[in-house]
Ligand binder design. Structure first.
Ligand SMILES: Nc1ncnc2c1ncn2[C@@H]1O[C@H](COP(=O)(O)OP(=O)(O)OP(=O)(O)O)[C@@H](O)[C@H]1O
Ligand SMILES: [Mg+2]
Length: 208
């Protein structure tokens, strides 16, 4: 079972991923948590390049290809072998992030993104993808609250974020079977409970 979490910066992905991971571990499930970009030695090196402020000259195609390279390494080295061993793999972002940010964000043709996504993922499609949906105002509110340092990717402005948010919603509509949209403004425990209910329906867990 391959489960991915998607949504714009600060929507609550890592919070929910951690809660779910801990819950599944406690319930004796074979589960592994990975993050994008990163998760392998090579992918973590690529992550550092992507997030390094000194790389402000990076072209958006370079950026997309680096994300894809990191993803391919993670998929082939870690995710696919674990899925073969019947692990539940939870991934904090996957290729829908490229589609939303680089595609719907307006920089690269969606058809090209889709083809590179297929290549980078070795045709691995998540079984279930959660979109944690928040609007731009909520994103700004949380940025102020957390005092989170803005890394290179997060310095892009308002219009761009709005396009990414709409893009994510479109992606969820186009892939209804795979996506579940969660209201990211609900409280943390409630979102966690919704996630467990969905996993119960899908028979990943038998009780809550
Ligand atoms: N449902 C929620 N309601 C209010 N605040 C929340 C909620 N979920 C998470 N937060 C807070 O929002 C901030 C961002 O959460 P988190 O790190 O989980 O987001 P993220 O989607 O992983 O962000 P990033 O994309 O930057 O990694 C944290 O301060 C977290 O405590
Ligand atoms: Mg996170």
């Amino acid at each position: 079972m391959f489960i991915t979490f998607e949504g714009i910066d600060l929507c609550g992905k890592s919070t929910q991923v951690k809660l779910l991971y801990d819950y599944l571990l406690k319930n004796k499930k074979k589960v592994v948590l990975v993050r994008e970009p990163g998760g392998t030695l090579i992918s973590e090196k690529i992550r550092n390049i992507l997030l390094d402020k000194a790389n402000s000259k990076m072209k958006y195609i370079t950026e997309f290809l680096l994300f894809s390279a990191s993803r391919h390494q993670l998929t082939e080295e870690i995710i696919k072998p674990l899925l073969k061993k019947k692990y539940i793999v939870i991934c904090d972002r996957y290729y829908d992030s490229s589609t939303a940010y680089q595609g719907y964000g307006g920089k690269i043709d969606l058809k090209i993104i889709s083809r590179i996504n297929k290549l980078a993922s070795g045709n691995l499609v998540p079984d279930l993808s959660f979109l944690i949906d928040i609007n731009y105002d909520e994103n700004i509110k949380r940025r102020k609250l957390s005092g989170k340092r803005h890394d290179r990717i997060e310095q892009k402005e308002k219009d761009y974020y709005r396009k990414v948010i709409t893009g994510y919603r479109t992606l969820a509509k186009l892939n209804r079977k795979r996506f579940r949209v969660l209201n990211g403004k609900s409280n943390i425990e409630l979102i966690h409970k919704n996630i467990l209910e969905i996993l119960k329906k899908q028979k990943v867990i038998s009780k809550i």
